[in-house]
Design a protein around this ligand. Structure first.
Ligand code: NAI
Ligand code: MG
Length: 482
């Protein structure tokens, strides 16, 4: 096995393009306001623990203000506006995201720890694409199959996670606005900065005040938003644990919710698959975004006859993953988002070793400051191991094996989740058969982690309720639609 690595000269992206303020207020009713609690908390750069800024901790008083602003904007302006006029604002936001793409890409890499290559090529262009896509729907909703006069819900509460901060904002805000809803959005506590920059984009687009309100805070802020009595719909992406809390909190209130939760995606490689291509796909499936991906291919299912060859090639490929400075354009794997997430990844990995699986980590030197974890695989994993059942949400792959296609399907489906799966084979008939057998919302064949604004995304079982993206995703923002 060769572990030779080409030496690349550092190619750091300049951070001069971003202008981070020392502190931020809350964006309510088109204005920046101080939080009622007067409390602020730091958002740091997880690659070096530098404090980037202090953001406001919103409480229930601020939430009430934001919901009232969203209600007034809904009643007085947004729901009344002809759909073709609403569309213009979405197009404007989409174009501004493109114009300011580099700024967003650098800021996201700083605040989240993910590599600039991914923010530049994935997060930001996809976020803009979601606004373009939904701008196109805004004046065509009556032809979308939801009846002659589709109606919005009203005020939508949106809570998003830290793994794709700007992209999850776009997945939520774009369809909500296109269908005529107004929004109160809470970004995650470790990655609030691109949402605050997005508030500036709303100002620049001259979006009417109160249509989008951005409220920073922690879990308590999220809970206050969920429990506010005057919201008409909830959209949440995050842990299954909090998803369940939200489902309970609204169970007697009759308001709809979309919940995008965890996953434990199976990436299944049959013995007739093109091995080198599959190795690339498996690497992308688990190491993209440091494995902080709900649809990550975190369980590799290998047909027994190819296990040795495959694992050797995978390890040799993993040894070439460049781990380090997120702002370096050569970096493949950036920092783990927080010390809490790093602790969780370490704890899960220790459980893998304790329960009898064999660990192998790519030989790479990790920076001394910040939160880092080397690309890692476990072989000899069985269905009973925690690392085969629970979401690790980090750059850690569990390798299981199977003999027959039937056994592969049984193992793949033997999970409380059902978000994604991958199938690698040269036979089209096997792909179609497997896609039918697999209980997962998104199934990729001979590729992985492909996203498109027109394609619905969502899961079965504990992976959540509802879909985001495409016509299916629009339905979540229209009263009575499915
Ligand atoms: P989390 O579910 O606690 O956080 C997601 C969002 O929910 C954040 O904005 C947070 O402030 C908010 N929140 C927290 N408690 C809340 C509550 N009681 N009511 C309303 N909102 C609340 O996720 P966390 O703790 O950051 O990560 C824990 C694990 O969850 C990860 O290790 C990973 O396994 C999973 N996760 C899955 C994600 C996905 O995309 N499916 C995203 C983030 C985490
Ligand atoms: Mg941060």
């Amino acid at each position: 096995m060769s572990t030779e690595i080409f030496e690349y000269a550092p190619a750091p992206e300049s951070r001069a393009i971003v202008n981070i303020k020392s502190d931020y207020g809350l964006y309510i009713n088109g204005k920046w306001v101080a939080p009622h609690s007067k409390k602020r908390f730091a958002s740091i750069n997880p690659s070096n623990e530098e404090v980037l800024s202090k953001v406001s901790l919103a409480d229930s008083v601020d939430i009430d203000k934001a919901v009232k602003a969203a209600r007034a904007a809904y009643n007085k302006v947004w729901a009344k506006m002809p759909p073709k006029e609403r569309a213009k604002y979405l197009f404007r936001i989409a174009r501004l995201l493109q114009e300011r793409a580099r700024e967003f890409a650098v800021l996201e890499a700083l605040d989240n720890g993910k590599p600039i290559r991914e923010t530049r090529d994935v997060d930001v262009p996809l976020a803009a694409a979601h606004f373009f896509y939904h701008a196109g729907w805004a004046d065509k909703l009556e032809y979308a199959g939801f009846g002659a006069n589709p109606k919005p819900h009203g005020v939508v509460a949106q809570i998003i996670p830290w793994n794709f901060p700007l992209l999850m904002l776009a997945w939520k805000v774009a369809p909500a606005l296109a269908t005529g809803n107004t929004v109160v959005l809470k970004p995650a506590e470790t990655t609030p900065l691109t949402a605050l920059l997005f508030a500036e984009v709303c100002e620049q687009a001259e979006l009417p005040a109160g249509v989008v309100n951005i409220i920073t805070g922690d879990g308590s802020t999220g809970a206050s938003l969920v429990n506010h009595k005057d919201i008409d719909k909830i959209a949440f992406t995050g842990s299954t644990e909090v998803g369940k809390l939200i489902a309970k909190a609204i169970s007697d209130r009759g308001i709809p919710a979309t919940l995008e939760l965890g996953g434990k995606g199976a990436n299944i490689v049959f013995d007739d698959a093109p091995i080198d291509e599959a190795v690339e796909g498996i690497v992308n499936g688990i190491f993209f975004n440091q494995g902080h991906v709900c649809c990550a291919g975190s369980r590799l299912l290998l047909q027994e006859s190819i296990v040795d060859e495959f694992v050797e090639k995978l390890q040799s490929r993993m040894a070439k993953i460049r781990v380090g400075d997120p702002l370096d354009k050569n970096t493949d794997l950036g920092a783990i988002n927080s010390s809490a997430q790093l602790a969780k990844i370490k704890e899960m990995s220790e459980s893998g070793s304790k329960e009898g699986a064999q660990i192998w980590s790519a030989p790479c030197s990790l920076p001394t400051k910040g939160y880092w974890f080397a690309p890692t695989i476990f072989t000899g994993v069985t269905q009973a191991h925690r690392i085969a059942r629970e979401e690790i949400f980090g750059p850690v792959l569990s390798v299981l094996t199977f003999r027959t296609p039937q056994e592969a399907m049984e193992k793949a489906n033997n999970t409380p989740f059902g978000l994604s799966a991958g199938v690698w084979t040269e036979k089209g008939s096997k792909i179609l058969w497997a896609a039918n057998e697999l209980k997962a919302g998104v199934i990729w064949a001979n590729t992985f982690n492909k996203f498109d604004a027109a394609s619905p995304f969502g899961g079965y079982k504990e992976s959540g309720w509802g879909r985001e993206g495409g016509r299916h995703g629009l339905a979540a923002y229209i009263k009575g639609a499915r």
